[in-house]
Design a protein around this ligand. Structure first.
Ligand SMILES: CC(C)(COP(=O)(O)OP(=O)(O)OC[C@H]1O[C@@H](n2cnc3c(N)ncnc32)[C@H](O)[C@@H]1OP(=O)(O)O)[C@@H](O)C(=O)NCCC(=O)NCCS
Length: 206
């Protein structure tokens, strides 16, 4: 059955958490790496849908969302909202003091650190390219939907929505081990903005 690309709805939230976990190990299933299956989606998927669902799209097959793209058009405003509204209850639920007690994986430890750091995160001072690429995105598809053109379609729907808002460009970070995703982004016209020690910061003008 041909997948359908549609705007995401808040009721898609459980699927986003599931897809996020199933693709969080450099594009592969990270279920074994997280003692808390919700943690990764709490940071990389859910806040986008809750804050502005009009910049989120899903790829659905037989009525089931199997892939998504989520984005924020103004990263500084998004980070500020994350810091003030979304993260405070998560900081209480995932305190740094529990990292050792729970014997979590290195990846899970990193997420505890992300959740507990306080803003500002990406700024025009530490990322001079931000003015030209103010939006950012995350895209993930379950394995049986990969390689069928859905990634490109999701990207195109997002670019259209960002263009409609007059957004000049979009950036994203990719883990250095996820060379499959890097190849995909380059094919879609993304270029290097920065080479941080953890991977690639890529950008594309809209
Ligand atoms: C990375 C990902 C989003 C790509 O989506 P996809 O649906 O598999 O990609 P598509 O089939 O839409 O490919 C789009 C185009 O990119 C090309 N492409 C895809 N992967 C490529 C690669 N590794 N190298 C070069 N080109 C690639 C395709 O050939 C296609 O070209 P065409 O449109 O000109 O024919 C998807 O594979 C995925 O979700 N992977 C797991 C999660 C992940 O890694 N997410 C990114 C985290 S940063």
């Amino acid at each position: 059955m041909t997948p359908i690309i549609r705007g995401a709805h808040p009721s898609d939230l459980p699927y986003l958490y599931g897809i996020c976990l199933k693709t969080a190990d450099s594009g592969k299933d990270a279920t074994a790496l997280y003692s808390d299956p919700w943690l990764v989606g709490q940071y990389f998927a859910a806040p986008y849908l809750v804050r502005d669902s009009s910049l989120c799209f899903v790829a659905e097959e037989e009525g089931i969302p199997k892939g998504y793209i989520v984005a924020a058009d103004d990263t500084e405003a998004f980070d500020s909202w994350l810091d003030r509204f979304w993260l405070p209850p998560l900081r209480a639920r995932y305190p740094l003091s529990q990292i050792e007690a729970h014997k979590v994986s290195d990846r899970e430890k990193n997420l505890y650190r992300y959740i507990n750091r306080t803003g500002p995160f990406v700024t025009r001072e530490n990322s001079p390219w931000l003015a030209d690429y103010p939006a950012h995105l995350h895209i993930d598809l379950l394995p049986d939907l990969q390689g069928k053109g859905c990634g490109r379609l999701l990207m195109e729907r997002l670019f259209e929505a960002l263009a409609g808002r007059g957004c000049p460009g979009v950036h994203l970070g990719v883990d250095g081990q996820n060379l499959n995703a890097v190849g995909f982004y380059r094919k879609l016209g993304f270029e290097d903005l920065e080479r941080p020690e953890w991977g690639f910061m890529l950008g594309k003008k809209i």
